[in-house]
Design a protein around this ligand. Structure first.
Ligand SMILES: [Zn+2]
Length: 312
């Protein structure tokens, strides 16, 4: 890929400062960590609910513009480095749970926000759900279309499906948007009263605590982990307390919040993205896969189930 991506990022990623309060629980008891010397980003931490987030972030329009640069083949390349078997396993596990909470799948509609290549919706359709969803990226819409999943192109706030769906799902979408409250309000609106939301979002884990210590002790010089875990593709890392606080404040009834070990990328790709060279990728991938398969690696995501109340 030529350098136009970088130029685009420079011109489109207009940053704005988040208000000096926690975006999950609204506490003003927040602390800013030293500026990363590598990326220039600043992370804030809420001492009440434990949320960590980027203190500056791009506007949604900038992200939408960036998403349009992803064509079908670029999207397919990304899908190639994911752990396909793992994703199918995760999707099935979540659909089992959703079915048990909404009483089955036949005749029920499911809206997947940021549906990507549509693999989750394909599985939902095979189980009897009526699948719909959206994505900001034309490449994703094209790829999903190849498996017969029709996605709407655009942001959720532009889609007029108010109060229509039994289930709404968000696989790692919340952390990608600059304004989480707005996204969750839009999700609330597409659900029927009594409807169920499932979301997966990256979790503040022991690995992040270690990374943050290195970051703080070196005054922003050792930022390999913090820059990888909190950046423009992951603007917040939630704790169980912080996601619960945010959802309850917005009117959801929280059903369950559970930490999981779930790595979407192949271990070698993930290590590469953390800055490990190929030799170390090869040395570390096997032992880490062993831990992953036994559910012993860092619990890096939260699974959250919450309802729109029947009377709201
Ligand atoms: Zn907070």
């Amino acid at each position: 890929m030529e350098s136009s991506g970088v130029e685009r990022a420079g011109s489109l990623f207009t940053e704005f400062a988040v208000e000096p309060r926690c975006e999950a629980c609204l506490s003003t008891a927040i602390e800013h960590h030293p500026t990363s010397r590598k990326s220039g980003s600043v992370i804030y931490e809420c001492s009440v609910c434990g949320l960590h987030g980027m203190a500056t972030r791009p506007k949604l329009e900038a992200l939408a513009e960036f998403a349009t640069t992803y064509d079908r083949d670029m999207y397919a390349d990304w899908v190639d480095i994911t752990r396909a078997g793992q994703l199918d396993h995760d999707h099935a596990e979540v659909l089992d749970r959703i079915e048990s909470l909404v009483g089955g799948s036949e005749g029920r509609s499911i809206f997947d926000v940021g549906a990507g290549a549509g693999s989750f919706l394909s599985m939902a359709r095979d189980r009897g759900f009526h699948p719909t969803g959206n994505d900001l990226s034309q490449g994703a819409v094209d790829l999903a279309g190849e498996s017969g999943i029709e996605l709407l192109l655009g942001d959720l706030s532009e889609i007029d499906d108010a109060g229509e769906h039994d289930v709404a799902t968000l696989w790692c979408v919340l952390a990608h948007v600059p304004d989480g409250d707005q996204l969750l309000k839009d999700v609330f609106d597409v659900l029927k009263p009594g409807g169920l939301m499932y979301l997966q979002t990256p979790r503040w884990s022991a690995m992040d605590t270690m990374g943050m210590k290195a970051h703080d002790w070196t005054r922003g010089r050792m930022t390999k982990i913090t820059d990888r875990r909190l950046a423009m593709h992951h603007m917040v890392l939630h704790t169980a307390d912080s996601i619960r606080a945010q959802l309850e404040r917005l009117g959801f009834e929280v059903v369950a919040v559970e930490p999981h070990v779930r790595y979407t990328l192949t271990t070698a790709s993930y290590l590469g993205s953390l800055g490990f060279g190929e030799t170390w990728q090869q040395r570390l991938a096997k032992p880490i896969d062993g831990l992953l398969n036994r559910d012993l690696f860092f619990r890096n995501v939260l699974d959250v189930y919450a309802r729109r109340p029947l009377d709201a």
